[in-house]
Design a protein around this ligand. Sequence first.
Ligand SMILES: *[C@@H]1O[C@H](CO)[C@@H](O)[C@H](O)[C@H]1NC(C)=O
Ligand SMILES: *[C@@H]1O[C@H](CO)[C@@H](O)[C@H](O)[C@H]1NC(C)=O
Ligand SMILES: *[C@@H]1O[C@H](CO)[C@@H](O)[C@H](O)[C@H]1NC(C)=O
Ligand SMILES: *[C@@H]1O[C@H](CO)[C@@H](O)[C@H](O)[C@H]1NC(C)=O
Ligand SMILES: *[C@@H]1O[C@H](CO)[C@@H](O)[C@H](O)[C@H]1NC(C)=O
Ligand SMILES: *[C@@H]1O[C@H](CO)[C@@H](O)[C@H](O)[C@H]1NC(C)=O
Ligand SMILES: *[C@@H]1O[C@H](CO)[C@@H](O)[C@H](O)[C@H]1NC(C)=O
Ligand SMILES: *[C@@H]1O[C@H](CO)[C@@H](O)[C@H](O)[C@H]1NC(C)=O
Ligand SMILES: *[C@@H]1O[C@H](CO)[C@@H](O)[C@H](O)[C@H]1NC(C)=O
Ligand SMILES: *[C@@H]1O[C@H](CO)[C@@H](O)[C@H](O)[C@H]1NC(C)=O
Length: 672
Amino acid sequence: MYPRLLFLSTLSFSIFSTDMLYVTRAQISSAMGVNLSFQEKHVVMSNGIVEITLSYPEGHVTSIQYNGLNNLLEVLNDETNRGYWDVVWSPPESNGTKGTLERLAGTSCETIVETADQVEISFSRTWDTSLYGKLVPLKIDKRYILLRGSSGFYTYAIYEYLEEWPSFKLDNTRVAFKLRKDKFHYMANSDDRQRDMPLPDDRLSGRGEVLAYPEAVLLVNPVESQFTGQVDDKYQYAVELKDLRVHGWICMDPPVGFWQITPSNEFRVGGPIKSELNSHVGPTTLAVFASTHYGGSDLVIKFDESEAWKKVFGPIFIYLNTVTGEEDPRTLWDDAKHQMTSEVESWPYDFVASDDFQTRHQRGSVSGRLLVQDRFVNTDECIPASGAYVGLAPPGDVGSWQRECKKYQFWTEANEEGYFSIPNILTDEYNLYAWVPGFIGDYKNSTIINITSGVNIDMGDLVYEPPRNGPTLWEIGFPDRSAAEFYIPDPNPKYSNSFLLKDPNRFRQYGLWDRYTDLYPDDDLVYTLGESDYTQDFFFAHVLRKTSNDTYVKTTWTIKFNLSDVNESENYTLRLALASAHQSDLQVRVNNLSEVPLFSTGKFGGDNAIARHGIHGLYWLLNIEVPGINLYARSENLIYLTQVKNESRFQGVMYDYIRLEAPQTSIMSINF
Ligand SMILES: *[C@@H]1O[C@H](CO)[C@@H](O)[C@H](O)[C@H]1NC(C)=O
Ligand SMILES: *[C@@H]1O[C@H](CO)[C@@H](O)[C@H](O)[C@H]1NC(C)=O
Ligand SMILES: *[C@@H]1O[C@H](CO)[C@@H](O)[C@H](O)[C@H]1NC(C)=O
Ligand SMILES: *[C@@H]1O[C@H](CO)[C@@H](O)[C@H](O)[C@H]1NC(C)=O
Ligand SMILES: *[C@@H]1O[C@H](CO)[C@@H](O)[C@H](O)[C@H]1NC(C)=O
Ligand SMILES: *[C@@H]1O[C@H](CO)[C@@H](O)[C@H](O)[C@H]1NC(C)=O
Ligand SMILES: *[C@@H]1O[C@H](CO)[C@@H](O)[C@H](O)[C@H]1NC(C)=O
Ligand SMILES: *[C@@H]1O[C@H](CO)[C@@H](O)[C@H](O)[C@H]1NC(C)=O
Ligand SMILES: *[C@@H]1O[C@H](CO)[C@@H](O)[C@H](O)[C@H]1NC(C)=O
Ligand SMILES: *[C@@H]1O[C@H](CO)[C@@H](O)[C@H](O)[C@H]1NC(C)=O
């Protein structure tokens, strides 16, 4: 296995042939082997490239030595506050998404592997009733791995809950690294979002002013004046999990990149488009394994005493790199992306010592082809589900994967012909789920898929029939679970961050919720089919209006359309696909705003995507029967959409796509 790793690193070095010193280092270090040494209060792992110091027996990372820097971690912080695993947990009766923060500390330390090629060390603790209410009722085993010749280290953890332990809720779990603020100033979270960053000091009172919630701070007097007038908010850097594979920080002098690489999403929760935090002012780098971000309390993991549970989070890789000579240290991002690719190709890692981590040959795979049959669009023919998201997740209801947070999920994207292949699936029972950009709804195959070691299941052709009652009379937007195609306003100049001005992340500017009031100070949005353009005339979020006395009031959007003919004895179908909902009540009325609503959601949603600068949270599909008797053939029709909940400015929904379907039996057309 080591020759393969060396081959991969040689490969990435040959792409970056300027990095000759680095090759030399790797070669020297592969001759050197890995050392492990125990001191009174610390354990040190080194391989000639990096040296990692861990507190003993807690297992917090207290120091990372690399490229002449004694410690990349914040030496001003206490040793427990530099590199650590933590959880937020709460008693079962609690509501919401906030609980007790606990840094997971080992009480015993064990060497699992110690050879010249590899060291793996475990820091663990168990739980008993004497710890009731004090520590999260989980057995914890945190692992750190250092390989010969590797420019970084791996960490993973095994959490276990035993039957009859007290019920509780797990809100959040992650690994956090806090880097030296005097060294790491440049942050890269994606190709689009990378920049020089403000200091943590700039967020403090006197330098920063807290905006609508504590995470958002206006920098009024930052240490470096270039940041004056910017907003700092870690949620502006959120990334969808499918794209969140590598992120981190660059120190310019000496040139050092610190990167967190996540080679697989199998242990993350909520599916491929759940958005998550990554790196932010601190300088902080997070690997978040489970959280309620952009999902809300549905994504709190609930444990009750009748069940046993065990899960492996990770391994993730902490990768360190450098450049030589005059090369721009910012190119370290490109090298980190190449390293990420090679980590992904090496998944599942064959050097992980825990039996709880299945090797490649212990896993199974699934393949097949997904087709779509959307009646009234492609009448009899099936078309390939090009670019579909296809995944295996625990058996559940249609679409349940987006709230699933306890087990493992395995997702891929189908190719242009709809073919998909999902490798390296852990042994267990699953359902196959999918959704297809361009079509509403969710596919689920109700056959239980039993993954056993070495199995390769070919599902053959699967056909998704999206919800459809009749031909489309009109539609607004594009069904893809995001509101990105709608009108995204420029921010208030007072809160504008220049790094977000260019596409595709404009929606991450602070305070866009109040731009609705600026655009529609008195009357609400009216969308006229045949005249309006949804990229310009359809605001990306259905938010509240701010009044002169700083209260927020409900808003009603109107959709205007004409029909050439109406069959009064039939139902029409209004499809409201939502990309997000936060503590809203969405009401639908047709042609009479004074009537009781034809449809009302009741209070629903909690993904907080409006406040967190998201373009979507969780997906909802509302199917509403509109009796023909409520529609007019000879005069204009009005559909009213009212969001009535107004306790806070962040309540509202985002639409993904809206469609009106004619009854199945009739052939009718829209008349503009
Ligand atoms: C490991 O320890 C040996 C003996 O102390 C030493 O010769 C060698 O250089 C060390 N290797 C590393 C990578 O520190
Ligand atoms: C949590 O919510 C439930 C249901 O709304 C309620 O009965 C319960 O009292 C709440 N618990 C707390 C601690 O607020
Ligand atoms: C799945 O396979 C396991 C192991 O062979 C077996 O115990 C289990 O009953 C199977 N489940 C189903 C639903 O076939
Ligand atoms: C579910 O999968 C099975 C096995 O491949 C297939 O026979 C069946 O047609 C699928 N069902 C649907 C609704 O696609
Ligand atoms: C604030 O304005 C709203 C809407 O104009 C109004 O309903 C409300 O009564 C006002 N509240 C106060 C305290 O003036
Ligand atoms: C909600 O709206 C009503 C008017 O519709 C207003 O009187 C009330 O003050 C608003 N509530 C908040 C918290 O702004
Ligand atoms: C509906 O038709 C009427 C009468 O022709 C016209 O005035 C109105 O603009 C049309 N509305 C829409 C939404 O097309
Ligand atoms: C129209 O929809 C309503 C509500 O779902 C239902 O009760 C009614 O039977 C439907 N009518 C027809 C003609 O399908
Ligand atoms: C609208 O509904 C209200 C309440 O049911 C009713 O009084 C009114 O006559 C309706 N208006 C029209 C134009 O039908
Ligand atoms: C209206 O719907 C009824 C019931 O489905 C059907 O019998 C009738 O032919 C339809 N009328 C038209 C004009 O399509």
